[in-house]
Design a protein around this ligand. Structure first.
Ligand SMILES: C[S@@+](CC[C@H](N)C(=O)[O-])C[C@H]1O[C@@H](n2cnc3c(N)ncnc32)[C@H](O)[C@@H]1O
Length: 287
């Protein structure tokens, strides 16, 4: 039997993904095909008429089946883009979300490219915030903390990949406990888990089944890690230092109250909306 053409394999994969209810089935099939056949988007389009061998086709269809079963494309591909940079991801870390890019924009509003500052990233996950900030600000230095050794390993790999590993230290630590004995940081970034336990039943199967619960859920009300970390963020920031924390879109009021009732931040707190108009980032200045 003659070998199938790439375009036939792709339309078979698109049909499988569409049948499984995967979002953007054609695009998902293309992304997986680029990985297996070693082509970029343009190459894929130009090589549509090319015959493909049985081995790679079987490998490709295996990835398609994984995607059809709900496994996120980022875990299958092992990478996800954040702020224009490619990051390694794996089952031990949260897949970077586009709304988190708005924290990086806030840092760009605060500092000039040549500024020298010390920052921390509370709950670094794949390291996206720490690595992106270190990359954008070559004179900055950072300490990134997480409770998950698997996440720290991936974050360290991303720091090496983007050549900032000499300026970012990765530490296994609990951000709900004191981190340092002195106020040291100019900036603390945080994207703590913020879903409540009940929300876990409501979110998509892909997220609930494949992403780490410890990166998503924060106690019965979803605010345990905001409550737990704010006093330690306050204690670790220098006077005048800033904290940018991502929160759930329904947490604006509760997060504002938690920050504002902490003496370190009282009167210096603002909740900023994301591009979709939802409460998303708490901006707080250490008084
Ligand atoms: C929502 S994820 C954010 C990951 C990454 N910063 C991002 O924006 O994609 C929260 C991260 O906080 C970590 N984490 C949860 N509780 C923690 C704690 N008490 N101390 C330190 N890290 C914690 C989780 O392991 C996870 O990597």
């Amino acid at each position: 039997m003659s070998e199938p053409k790439l375009k036939d394999v792709l339309s078979r994969a698109t049909a499988v993904l569409s049948e499984a209810g995967v979002d953007s089935p054609a695009l998902s099939a293309q992304l997986l095909a680029e990985k297996v056949f070693g082509l970029d988007r343009l190459g894929l389009i130009m090589e549509m008429g090319r015959a493909v061998k049985e081995g790679p086709v079987a490998e490709f269809m295996e990835l398609v089946e994984r995607r059809a079963s709900g496994e996120p494309a980022a875990y299958i591909l092992g990478v996800k883009e954040f702020f224009g940079l490619e990051f390694k991801v794996g089952p031990g870390v949260l897949i970077p979300r586009p709304e988190t890019e708005e924290i990086v924009e806030k840092v760009q509003d605060l500092f000039g490219a040549d500024d020298n500052f010390l920052f921390s990233d509370f709950g670094t996950g794949s390291g996206i915030l720490a690595v992106t900030v270190a990359k954008l600000f070559p004179r900055s230095r950072g300490i990134a903390v997480d409770l998950s050794p698997a996440a720290l390993e991936i974050a360290q790999e991303n720091a090496r990949l983007h050549e900032v590993d000499d300026r970012v230290q990765f530490v296994l630590a609990d951000f709900n406990r004191p981190l340092l004995s002195e106020a040291k940081f100019d900036l603390i970034l945080a994207n703590p888990p913020y879903l409540c336990e009940a929300e876990l039943d409501e979110i998509s199967y892909e997220v609930a089944e494949f992403e780490p619960v410890s990166a998503l859920v924060s106690g019965p009300l979803g605010d345990e890690d905001i409550r737990g970390s704010v006093p330690h963020i306050g204690a670790a920031l220098k006077k005048g230092g800033m904290s940018f924390m991502e929160i759930g879109y329904l947490q604006g009021k509760v997060a504002y109250d938690i920050f504002d009732s902490c003496a370190d931040f009282s009167g210096g707190v603002e909740v900023v909306k994301d591009l979709s108009g939802h409460d998303r980032i708490v901006v707080a200045e250490k008084r």
